[in-house]
Design a protein around this ligand. Sequence first.
Ligand code: NIG
Ligand code: FE
Length: 420
Amino acid sequence: MLIHSASQLLTLTKDSQRGDRLGELGIIPNGAVLINGETILETGTSADLLVRFRNEERLDASGCVLMPGFVDPHTHLVWAGDRAAEFEMRLQGKSYMEIMAAGGGIQSTVNATRAASFDDLLSQTRQKARRVFALGTTSAEAKSGYGLELKTEIKQLDVLLKLDTEGPLELFPTFLGAHAVPKEYQAHTNDYVTLICEKMLPELKWWWGANAQGRPLPFVDVFCEKGAFSLPQSRYILETAKALGFPLKIHADEFENLGGAALAAELGAISADHLVKTIMEDVRVLAASQTAAVSLPCTPFGLVEKEYTPAKELIQAGGLLALASDLNPGTAWCGNMQFVIALACRYMRLTPAQAVAAATINAAAAVGQAERLGSIHPGKQADLLVLSVSDYRHLAYQFGGNLVSKVIKKGKVYSQSELC
Ligand code: NIG
Ligand code: FE
């Protein structure tokens, strides 16, 4: 298939973009992309490709931007229950961590997720997956973490494996058993940490081998935060996971700085996420490491807080900055990467080009997939978006809607009428 006549084809770079290089969109005006099956074969100008490839099926993208599908490297896609009442409590002055300490917050979603049947959880999650796909997210990381017991954590991961097989949204699962201390362990947190390390992680590894049909092991993530897991507890969990062969992620510096970002860099985690309260020293440590810095601007926005990730400093220090939604029922009920870009430009002062690169090629790097996903180059998977606008900057300029008119996943074209 030849997709042609795009007003702007954003190829981006083959590899991720560190530091000042962030924002290289590789724009080809009047661009065209040749696809064979699931793979990109060639990119160039329409003038050239239309002459050389005359017999291929064609898709006319006149007046439209053609760009890589969004990769969302941090979501909590699988949950049951509803926390709208909590949102109202927060508006009335209760803090997120106060609600959590009083047994609400994550624990309330845990209760509902434990109670949900597999089929119910599958259909609720499928709905969310379809919605974010229609918004242009062609691949997403997705976490467990609303079970806090192996049975329910595995139920969540099983839902993700099923949905990944079903498509079209491609999913990269993460085990987040260390999302909160469950109510059964409130008085003895360390016992829960021991349970994760000595039982859950080894059993998960066994279950994955038997059920994940050869997929690589999932990421292991920890909510390193006062009121969740301390730095030594996070270290113990992540070191145990690493020794078992799991790749690592961390929730760091969302509300307070405990040193989680530096821990992620030290352990070679694939990413450190949130990074709102990150001090300059840790910004430099992270920037000098291979660990991606994932910023989630929907979270401070959703929590009505003023501080965001020090993105400019991270870029200046040479870091690898990615953007994600954090889609979850507590802090950010939003899986719209277009809105994430709009927020990142306004509150973190990224240029539209930097935000687009952070939501595509760098987001792919934050899930270890930059070789296959995140940009439009020969050999990469054909995951593309056709936008209803002719200038990519509208992704940042407009907000709150959906500028994606067609989603192409593994070479298959989905138009909005089929998606909604
Ligand atoms: O990334 N901070 C921890 N996890 C989520 C919130 C989860 C929830 O409140 O249900 C986050 O913000
Ligand atoms: Fe999160």
